[in-house]
Design a binder for this molecule. Structure first.
Ligand code: APR
Length: 239
């Protein structure tokens, strides 16, 4: 699968992964825009914007709570696990758009969550931030200050956490190989990360059963699933 770039991969001092919902699809978590994707069933403007939240916070919380419970029982797949094993061979950083925590659950030690996390919440008024450790008795949940709590995720039209974005640009701009797995690359600014890597002459590899808007810009585009392709990466280092 990766034969044509074995040396570049084997000699890479830093490999950066940019991942999206597709890498968790084989763990039973739906994507957004694929078949049965969330945005095929729901209007994102009714569930994933700050206006939608203030318009109906209970509806938005119900949807995130349903997803949180699914994500909590989901298990990392061979794709997540291969990325962990790669840490034994080189410096690995994961820049993920996923809020499911499966990279961390698999054991990845260097994960930047570009779009937040489903296990975190924050207050809409005070600077309270916290972890969701149990189900809520009542939705929407209230902060100690009396105001509504919201999921600590990035909604459409909202900026990414600046420290996370700043560090992501640093890693994208200083990697030797970037592997883009399971993302349609339609959402910005995450979809600019391959451009930073390209500017650093990094090798760009895409893993996706479908072609994306950047497939032609890739050095290698593997039209298969991440759980199928990523374990083959490890075999390169074992030769
Ligand atoms: N392995 C690899 N790729 C897969 C797999 C798989 N098993 N299954 C599906 N894919 C691919 C699909 O072909 C699609 O291109 O994963 C991609 C998923 O794309 P999206 O559903 O658009 O998800 P993502 O790119 O993560 O969305 C970005 O959009 O809705 C917002 O905030 C949300 O983080 C999300 C962002």
């Amino acid at each position: 699968m990766f034969e044509s770039f074995e040396n570049e991969i084997k000699n890479a001092k830093k490999i950066v992964f940019v991942t999206g919902a597709g890498i968790s699809q084989e763990s039973g978590i739906p994507t957004f825009r694929g078949k049965d994707g969330h945005w095929r069933k729901h209007d994102p403007m009714k569930l994933a914007t700050i206006d939608a939240f203030y318009n109906n916070p209970k509806l938005v919380w119900e949807w995130y709570e349903e997803r949180r419970k699914n994500m909590l029982v989901a298990k990392p797949n061979l794709g997540h696990k291969a990325i962990v094993e790669l840490e034994n061979h080189t410096n690995v950083v994961v820049l993920t758009q996923n809020i499911d925590g499966l990279h961390q659950k698999a054991g990845s030690t260097n994960v930047l969550e570009l779009h937040g996390s489903m296990i975190r919440m924050k207050c809409t008024a005070c600077d309270f931030h916290g972890e969701i450790t149990s189900d809520f008795e009542k939705l929407p949940p209230l902060c100690k200050c009396g105001k509504i709590l919201r999921p600590d995720v990035v909604w459409f039209g909202e900026p990414l956490p600046q420290d996370v974005w700043h560090d992501s640009i640093f890693h994208a701009s200083s990697c030797d190989v970037m592997i883009i797995a399971g993302t349609s690359l339609v959402v910005s600014p995450a979809n600019t990360l391959p451009i930073y890597a390209k500017q650093n002459n990094a090798l760009l590899i895409e893993i996706n059963p479908e072609s994306t808007i950047m497939s032609f810009d890739m050095d290698l585009s593997l039209q298969t699933t991440s759980a199928n392709a990523l374990p083959h990466l490890i075999s390169i280092f074992k030769k």
